[in-house]
Design a protein around this ligand. Structure first.
Ligand code: ZN
Length: 273
């Protein structure tokens, strides 16, 4: 395991509210402060969602810009904007988030059912977002909720809309999508294009075991309250606690953790000025 481990933290997401856990950051100031704590703990990528005054997922590109600005000059974290559509939006509003000034953005290459809704990403929308990322030199993180999405991304590569090396994130354990099974992970890995990098987001109780599998299999890890609010059964986590635990486990397993600039090198990013 020569490659250092990239830890992405997804602190906010679209689902957890303060009533579920007081530790979820929802305002710009809270997200920025939590990001700095997570960077100190060992994270190198920050996956950003924003919320409105009622804690609902916000689609307002200004809020994404606010988070990026709030961190400007204070962090070396790689900022990654979510282009996810739980805020219930169309291509144009999702595309506008890409003007926030982040180095990376998520790109989900297909549609999937969530527990109580459908997460709809039609082909035109996927291509539109991929084109805009290319235009702005933003590196996509391809979000894979099932096997078809991996192959859709390979098609996008063939069409010149994704540039290798492509970075994938396998979301596993979300009800309605791909179960969190190491067998599935091994299978997905088989089809990855050469030179790709990949990480795993295990949902809820699957976060820790899937992270450990990924560390051992040469992948990278995403943790955070977006995917899981518990440290262990019955005990709420903070984002920094979840990052710290991965750092500790990875070190114990003999795999050092990447600092942000090392993560940039692994992902083939150039620092944006
Ligand atoms: Zn997200």
């Amino acid at each position: 395991m020569d490659t250092k481990l990239i830890i992405t933290v997804a602190p906010t997401g679209s689902v957890p509210r303060k009533k579920h856990t007081p530790h979820v950051p929802v305002t710009t100031a809270e997200i920025a402060a939590d990001a700095l704590r997570c960077e100190k703990a060992g994270a190198s990528v920050l996956h950003i969602h924003t919320r409105d005054e009622s804690q609902n997922p916000s689609d307002d590109p200004r809020r994404f810009r606010d988070v990026v600005r709030a961190l400007d000059g204070r962090t070396n974290l790689i900022l990654q904007i979510s282009t996810g559509g739980r805020a219930g939006t169309d291509l144009e509003s999702r595309r506008q988030r890409l003007s926030a000034g982040a180095e990376m953005a998520s790109l989900t290459t297909g549609s999937v059912n969530f527990p109580n809704s459908a997460y709809v990403n039609p082909p035109d929308l996927i291509r539109g977002l991929a084109e805009e990322m290319q235009r702005r030199a933003i590196k996509p993180e391809v979000e894979v909720f099932d096997l078809a999405m991996l192959h859709n991304a390979i098609d996008l590569m063939r069409a010149g809309l994704l540039q290798p090396p492509v970075h994938f994130n396998f979301v596993m354990g979300l009800k309605g999508a791909m179960p969190a099974r190491v067998e599935h992970l091994a299978h997905l890995k088989t089809f990855l294009p050469v030179d790709s990098t990949w990480s795993v987001s295990g949902i809820a109780a699957a976060q820790l075991p899937m992270a450990v599998h990924a560390i051992l299999m040469g992948g990278h890890v995403r943790v955070g309250l977006e995917d899981n609010i518990y440290f262990r059964k019955g005990e709420l986590a903070t984002n920094a606690m979840l990052v710290e635990r991965i750092v500790e486990i990875s070190r114990m397993l003999g795999r050092p953790v990447a600092a942000p600039d090392e993560a940039r090198q692994i992902l083939g990013l150039r620092r944006r000025t």
